[in-house]
Design a protein around this ligand. Structure first.
Ligand code: 26Q
Length: 834
């Protein structure tokens, strides 16, 4: 007989006493420990489980509604989700932070110690993966029915150490202590085929049909992570697929005495989700990467179709149940896989399946760099996915027929639009597949979208003038203000009321009125100062360096890339050093330049840039005459957790990519929300940041995208800039001299040569303008009161960079989905009896 328990019992267990009790229960019954013997690990596991229990009720109800109700659900497909530390965010969403702190403390334990113990899942490279995580937070917080689908990498992005000034990679064993937040579902699994061949046949009704017989089958098992919304009724599932062998053991091989050979298949299958590729650019010919993409896409679509059919709907109505978002081209093979499932498995006619497919998908592009556009050699693609290649050919044939009908005779256009690049070795163009198979394509900042329309997607734009839309990226104010900057959050609560956490877009502007209030500005400065102290403490722990919180914190944190121009920042630092040496009494306010970011392990130049930064850091530290006024620190292993400490401590945010290269940037928004002023080019979302705050509150420099294109077309050569600028010559000369490399004059030569001979990213062209702009920063910094007012106005202007605004735009302009009306409490613990 079922026991009688209040329906919403899970929701009621929110007092410190009950939390403390349940924590002890988990310590004893899940960890097998008592207080005296518990390690920090045990405490962390027991605390996480206690909090997860509180999430489960909302989660179960959300899932119940997702599978049983009749509304459109957003399925966000992404090869990366960089969700960051979970404990503090989950407590914030549930409103349990203080109760949990008290409950632990009642038993002699410390919540902050537990939080610092957490290993964050590094299941992404950078911007694109973090964006997916911010979007899940907003979807849940806005009560939008949604599910995230991705890959359960056993090893996430490598962790970075610095040895002798160089980046050293270490494996990210994030699962070594188990993962307390996830629910593994071994019974929720799908089979995914690879290789083999196809055979055509005529089905019972005389229709042409194709059967694919894969050579290899791998099973994908669901691992679910709960993504709660802030004070919302929804908890979104993030469903990550882990690869497993269908058979653990090949008995035939075993029986021949080849015991190792018998488990080889298992090992090979599991390799598919072993490791995240640590590159944030296309790398040609990585077969395993394509296997990862198809693997997670196929599992996800099979899962969606299962749920859709469970609702009693027909396969052709798939698009009524799901709005599927493709986060870049990484999941673009979904277009072919859904066609295969609808046509080959469910027997739909091609035309019907195609209509359903196009209505279901939408595609976000995150790049303009031509070299980053994903493409796969046709030979490799066909060997791995023979049926999908046939389907892509058929999509292409029909699409190009349409193009020919609309633009007769323009065979150049046809080959430019083709899904197959035939200019040399043949490639499948994944961006073209995504564009053709989707009803909407979007760029991630307004400049980026305009450039998409006028360059890389120009022909598509001419064909379908309404299909390319802009949705400027956003970041969640929950993690990036409420969690990361508790001091600022308290002041915002006091001055704006607490609704800013849910309604950043509508409320942040009310701060502008306080910029003129001297008392408010003083408190604002105290908060920034305290945050800088916190960062200085972390810098000391991680680098041994002492940095002075009274100096201007000038920060550039992001992946290391030539186009992002960390070395332009370094060139300016070197010129500043030379100025201090040449004019010892110059009035230059003290500055600390802080860098963090990972380089792709195979990206030689990026690693050399890190070596240059650390070399400059060491050399400046040795110079007693200047080191109190000029310092450089490289903080190793930039990740979400470190970002939460860095952004709130910044005075100046470096957003200095060459105009036209950074699609959007999202770090720029996190800095702005935390009161940093930006020094930046007219690139990505910087353009919109400038628009939001105005020129008086933004340090603008450099060529704009049109000037860059013009200079390149005119045959830009860096030589002229070099010859005309003595400061630049002296700075490059010091780098070449070995001053920053223990006398080794050859170490940085590849970097210097690349600047002098090609300068692809036009550092030399922007150097003068950048240095002049940095002098304006010095001048502004001298007036601390004016700086604080500007800082306040930056936060006030950051409303539109909330991911809530972005998600509302996706809902309205692309997905056609609405927030769920109030969710019934339909399932609870009481329903456990059969
Ligand atoms: C592709 C094929 C093979 C191997 C790796 C990849 C790969 C992996 C990751 C390609 C690209 C990425 C990540 C790209 C990325 O993070 N782009 C950034 O996206 C942000 C969110 O829209 C923007 O703000 C940044 O401007 C953009 O650089």
């Amino acid at each position: 007989m079922a026991i009688t328990i209040p329906r919403n019992m899970a929701e009621e267990k929110t007092s410190a006493e009950v939390l403390g009790h349940d924590f002890c229960h988990h310590l004893y019954y899940s960890q097998g420990k008592i207080g005296r013997t518990a390690s920090l690990y045990d405490i962390h596991m027991a605390a996480s489980r206690t909090v997860r229990d509180r999430i489960l009720h909302r989660w179960m109800n959300t899932v119940h509604h997702l599978v049983s109700d009749d509304f459109r659900v957003v399925a966000y497909l992404s090869a990366e989700f960089l969700i960051g530390p979970q404990m503090s965010n989950n407590l914030l969403c549930l409103g349990l932070t203080e109760a949990a702190r008290q409950g632990l403390s009642n038993n002699g334990f410390d919540l902050d110690a537990v939080i610092s113990q957490e290993i964050e899942p590094g299941l992404g490279n950078g911007g694109l993966g973090r964006l997916a995580a911010c979007y899940l937070d907003s979807l849940a917080s806005l009560d939008i029915p949604a599910i995230g689908y991705g890959i359960h990498y056993e090893f996430g992005l490598f962790s970075q150490a610095i040895a002798d000034g160089w980046q050293v990679e270490q494996a990210d064993r994030w699962l070594r202590m188990g993962s307390p937040w996830e629910l593994l579902r071994p019974d929720m699994a799908y089979e995914v085929g690879f290789g083999g061949h196809t055979t055509a046949y005529t089905d019972g009704q005389g229709r042409y049909s194709v059967r694919w017989e894969p050579a290899q089958v791998i099973r994908g098992m669901a691992c679910d992570l709960p993504i709660p919304g802030y004070q919302s009724q929804l908890t979104i599932p993030l469903r990550l697929w882990r690869a497993e062998a269908v058979e653990a053991f090949d008995l035939a091989t075993y029986n021949t005495g080849d015991y190792m050979g018998a488990v080889l298949g298992k090992i090979k299958s599991e390799n598919v989700t072993k490791v995240l590729y640590p590159v944030d650019e296309m790398e040609a010919g990585k077969r395993l990467r394509l296997m990862q993409q198809f693997f997670f896409v196929s599992c996800s679509l099979q899962d969606m179709l299962r749920i859709h059919l469970l609702k009693g709907k027909t396969p052709e109505a798939f698009n009524e149940t799901y709005a599927v978002q493709l986060n870049d081209t990484h999941p673009a093979v979904a277009v072919a896989e859904l066609m295969r499932l609808l046509v080959d498995t469910h027997g739909l006619a091609w035309e019907q399946a195609w209509e359903t497919t196009r209505k279901a998908f939408a595609f976000t592009n995150h790049t303009l760099l031509p070299e980053a556009m994903e493409r796969w050699p046709v030979g490799m693609f066909g060997k791995l996915l023979p049926r999908h290649l046939e389907i892509i050919y058929e999509i292409n044939r029909r699409f190009l027929d349409e193009v020919r009908a609309m633009r007769t005779g323009d065979e150049d256009l046809v080959s430019r639009l083709s899904l197959i690049d035939e200019s040399g070795e043949r490639y499948v163009r994944m961006a073209h597949l995504a564009c053709v198979g989707s009803h909407a394509i979007n760029g991630v900042a307004s400049l980026h979208t305009e450039l998409l329309k006028s360059t890389v997607l120009k022909d598509f734009h001419a064909l379908w003038p309404d299909k390319i839309l802009n949705v400027t990226n956003g970041v969640t104010p929950r993690r990036w203000v409420a969690l990361s900057n508790p001091r600022l959050a308290a002041l915002l609560d006091e001055s704006l009321g607490t609704e800013w956490i849910r309604e950043w877009e509508a409320t942040s502007s009310r701060l502008a009125a306080y910029a003129g209030d001297a008392g408010f500005r003083a408190r604002w400065r105290e908060i920034k100062q305290a945050n800088k102290f916190s960062l200085a403490k972390v810098a000391k722990e991680r680098t041994g360096m002492d940095i002075d919180p009274a100096s201007l914190f000038d920060i550039q944190v992001k992946r290391i890339h030539e186009y992002k121009r960390q070395h332009l920042n370094v060139l300016h630092i070197v010129s500043r050093y030379l100025k201090l040496k040449n004019e010892p009494h110059a009035d230059v306010p003290p500055r600390t330049f802080i860098f963090a970011g990972k380089a792709a392990p195979s990206y030689f130049m990026a690693k050399l840039i890190i070596r240059l930064i650390t070399g400059v850091s060491v050399a400046l530290e040795k110079d007693k005459a200047t080191r109190d006024r000029l310092k450089v620190a490289f903080l190793p292993n930039f990740n979400v957790g470190l970002g939460q400490i860095i952004y709130p401590a910044a005075n100046l945010s470096e957003q200095i990519s060459l105009a036209g290269k950074e699609a959007s940037g999202t770090g720029n928004m996190k800095f702005m929300m935390n009161g940093a002023l930006t020094i930046g080019t007219l690139d990505g979302a910087n353009v919109e940041i400038l628009d939001a705050v105005g020129e008086q509150d933004f340090f603008l420099f450099g060529l704009d995208a049109h000037e860059v294109a013009k200079a390149k077309a005119a045959g830009y050569s860096p030589r002229g800039c070099f010859d005309n600028d003595p400061i630049l010559r002296e700075a490059l000369g010091l780098i070449s001299s070995g001053f920053f490399s223990d006398g080794d004059g050859s170490l940085f030569q590849p970097l210097v040569d690349s600047l002098l001979h090609r300068d692809e990213y036009m550092l030399l062209a922007d150097f003068g303008s950048y240095c002049a702009c940095q002098e304006r920063v010095d001048a502004a910094w001298r007036d601390q009161d004016a700086w604080s007012a500007s800082s306040i106005r930056n936060v006030a202007g950051s409303g539109r960079f909330s991911s809530d605004r972005a998600i509302r735009e996706y809902c309205r302009n692309i997905w056609d989905v609405e927030p769920m009306a109030s969710l019934g409490d339909e399932v609870s613990f009481r329903d456990c009896a059969a």
